[in-house]
Design a protein. Structure first.
Lengths: 184, 551
């Protein structure tokens, strides 16, 4: 019992020492990111314990570094642990938009709306919602484009599917008519 | 006593002899000329929506051949009836109407099959079947009618003159094929440049209608001739009324000028105001792509423009030796000169640019000089060779270059096959000074795109040294770098040697995982002259692009 208490005490003391180190690493990482040193920021982030702050930094570094798939993955990993993080949801949504994935962006948009409703103070909510609406319009444009493409594909398939056999049938009919005429 | 030919067919009775032989041969020639003219112009007609790739050519030629075969059989059947010359007259008249309709039909069909809001890679995915469908819808009827003309002409000739079917057939084929030769050269070098696309179809329609009218006049049917006389001006006029593919511009863009070149439709468009003014050169349907960019001041264009990466080799070289020098740059696929303009404004201090550029389309150079500040003729520091293929330029150029840029694309998104082979890259290497660079713009979705390793390994094999590929942020491009007798930069190293600024920021982004790739020298080059599965690779690339993004 005394040994267990000793272990717990030492563990707690070590954890308490970690927090300032983690905060310092986080600050240093953000400083690197603000200087445009994305790799440096990610390396510093490795010294930060896993959690929303680290995910937010990683998502931000990867997004600004234009690695959108990785940025989205980092943002979603953060959201999985902490769904009420509007900045993470925003980066996931924006990355999905850059990747041109309407379905993915829809899911991320829903996550953003939930996070804003739950975690943003009322005085800031309108700004976030306006951003959400703007991105919502971009999602709709993506979806429309997807539908246009689908319609175009169907039209092409119909055209080739009908006219191709018709052309071959005409060839066959002409051959038959030509041979029938000669037989007479 | 003279020998008699028992195998020759006798003359037909006088009332069945139809039109004079010369007129029948002229009609056959009109048909032959029109078939070739329509076939060549057909691809240009489809180009605004589908481009002019090998796939499109194959589909158009295939459909025309199928239709001609059907027409030959139809003509064989029609030739068995009375008055083949009169039937030929009607056939040519009907052909005239069908040909005159083509420019009208294409615009509507193109807009339905290729909606305006699609991106370039979405359009590329529709090209193969879309162009086949369009070719079937548009060219099946006119080509069938024109195909039927041949057998009717042979029958008319034989009934007129008697003799052997082979003799009549040979004469008709000779007339038709000679006229096809005239049609081929005439369409490419005269009709399309001087009459335009719509004028070319109108001319073909007029020729066919005139041939039909003359035959109907000589074969005695005045009412028929009257109808044909009406059709002639209507078909020509109707064709001329067609608007050849209305120009579709992205929102916010203004059209400055549009030119139809022998290769493509070329547009100069503009957006923004003042310091944010930008001009773009687009070809054919454009979609969301462009061939050249201009801004008021030379220099870097910013994120999303791969041209900025062409400025990197000078800075890498300056890190090794900052001494002032003339930086000799050859650009294959010069366009309107964007690469020069970026390098000019973003080179290290003391680096003075000498440029030699090849652009295959003179219309692009023309627009480039008018709207994109491309160097005028005679500028000794910026030598532009228009109408010249990039590979030929390399063979002609006597100089050694510090940088050769390969930025040649056909139909917006297709690599010219002869500019991505091991033999070509070996020629590039021979034209580089020791330590010289090649920079190749590759349209691809990211560095895992199947197209990238094929081209990269081919380049690495030719140079016998690794290739560095950098994904261009916010663009569907990567730029591949290789170097003659010199080390490549380490893409993971911090670019501390560069001054703080956009290029350093660019290289910071390039350090991230997935933003760079070093391609090792392979045992064999995937792409060679005479063997290079480029089209399957491009299809694989498009399929990869569609799968990207994901849930």
């Amino acid at each position: 019992m005394q040994l267990a208490a000793l272990v717990l005490f030492v563990g707690a003391a070590h954890g308490a020492q970690d927090v300032p180190d983690a905060e310092a690493a986080l600050r240093a990482a953000w400083a690197e990111l603000n200087d445009g040193r994305f790799v440096g920021a990610l390396e510093r982030a490795e010294q930060v314990p896993a959690g929303a702050p680290r995910c937010e930094l990683e998502a931000e570094a990867l997004y600004l570094g234009r690695r959108f798939e990785a940025a989205r993955a980092a943002a979603r990993a953060g959201l999985a642990a902490n769904p009420d993080q509007p900045r993470l949801a925003l980066r996931a949504l924006q990355a999905s938009l850059w990747l041109g994935s309407a379905a993915s962006a829809r899911n991320d948009h829903a996550a953003l709306e939930r996070a804003v409703d739950r975690a943003v103070e009322p005085e800031h909510r309108e700004a976030w919602q306006a951003l959400g609406r703007q991105h919502g319009a971009e999602i709709e444009a993506l979806e429309r484009r997807g539908q246009s493409l689908e319609h175009a594909r169907r039209r092409v398939a119909w055209l080739v599917g009908v006219l191709g056999p018709v052309a071959l049938a005409l060839l066959g009919l002409a051959l038959r008519a030509s041979l029938a005429g000669r037989a007479r | 006593m003279a020998a008699t030919d028992d195998t020759a067919a006798p003359l037909a009775p006088a009332h069945e002899r139809g039109a004079p032989a010369a007129l029948v041969l002229a009609a056959a020639a009109a048909g032959g000329l029109s078939v070739m003219s329509v076939e060549l112009a057909a691809v240009r007609l489809l180009a605004p929506w589908f481009g002019t790739s090998q796939t499109v050519w194959t589909n158009v030629i295939g459909v025309v051949l199928l239709a001609l075969a059907t027409g030959y059989l139809l003509g064989a059947r029609l030739a068995q009836g009375p008055a083949p010359a009169r039937r030929l007259g009607w056939l040519l008249t009907a052909s005239a109407v069908a040909v005159a309709f083509l420019p009208h039909g294409t615009s509507a069909l193109g807009a339905a099959l290729v909606p305006a809001e699609l991106t370039l890679e979405q359009i590329a995915g529709l090209v193969q079947l879309g162009s086949l469908g369009a070719a079937l819808a548009l060219f099946l009827v006119p080509a069938t009618l024109l195909g039927a003309a041949g057998p009717l002409a042979v029958e008319s000739l034989q009934r007129r003159r008697g003799g052997h079917a082979g003799t009549a057939g040979g004469h008709v084929l000779a007339a038709s094929t000679t006229a096809s030769l005239v049609g081929a050269f005439g369409t490419s070098h005269v009709a399309l440049p001087y009459l335009g696309l719509v004028g070319t179809f109108a001319a073909s329609a007029g020729l066919l209608a005139a041939g039909g009218l003359l035959l109907l006049l000589r074969t005695g049917s005045n009412r028929a001739a009257a109808w044909a006389a009406l059709v002639t001006p209507l078909s020509v006029g109707g064709a001329l009324l067609a608007e050849a593919a209305p120009t579709r511009l992205a929102e916010g863009r203004r059209l400055l000028e549009q030119v139809e070149s022998p290769y493509q439709r070329v547009l100069a468009v503009e957006e923004g105001e003042g310091e944010n003014l930008r001009r773009f050169l687009q070809v054919n349907e454009g979609a969301d792509s462009f061939q050249s960019v201009w801004q008021p001041n030379p220099g870097l264009l910013g994120e999303g423009f791969y041209y900025d990466d062409f400025a990197l080799p000078a800075h890498w070289s300056a890190l090794e030796d900052p001494a002032p020098r003339t930086w000799r740059v050859a650009v294959l696929g010069l366009g309107a000169g964007t690469a020069w303009r970026v390098i000019e404004g973003a080179s290290p201090a003391g680096f003075e640019l000498f440029g030699l550029g090849a652009e295959i389309d003179p219309a692009v150079v023309e627009l480039g000089r008018r709207w994109f500040d491309l160097a005028p003729p005679g500028d000794p520091r910026r030598v532009v060779l228009d109408g010249v293929d990039g590979r030929l330029l390399l063979r002609l150029a006597g100089a050694d270059f510090d940088l050769v840029i390969v930025d040649a694309y056909a139909n917006q998104h297709q690599l010219p096959p002869h500019l991505v082979t091991a033999e070509f890259f070996a020629e590039v290497r021979e034209r580089l000074a020791p330590g010289g660079w090649v920079a190749l713009n590759l349209g691809c979705f990211d560095l895992d795109d199947p197209l990238l390793p094929a081209v990269g390994e081919t380049l690495a094999h030719a140079f016998q040294s690794p290739v560095l590929a950098l994904a261009v942020p916010l663009a569907r491009n990567a730029v591949l770098f290789a170097r003659r007798d010199g080390p490549l930069p380490d893409p993971t190293a911090a670019p501390d040697g560069l001054e703080p600024g956009p290029l350093r920021a660019r290289l910071e982004k390039a350090r991230l995982p997935g933003a760079h790739r070093v391609i090792a020298v392979p045992r064999a080059a995937p792409l060679r002259d005479g063997f290079g599965p480029l089209e399957p690779l491009e299809r694989a690339s498009l399929a990869y692009g569609r799968r990207r993004g994901g849930p």
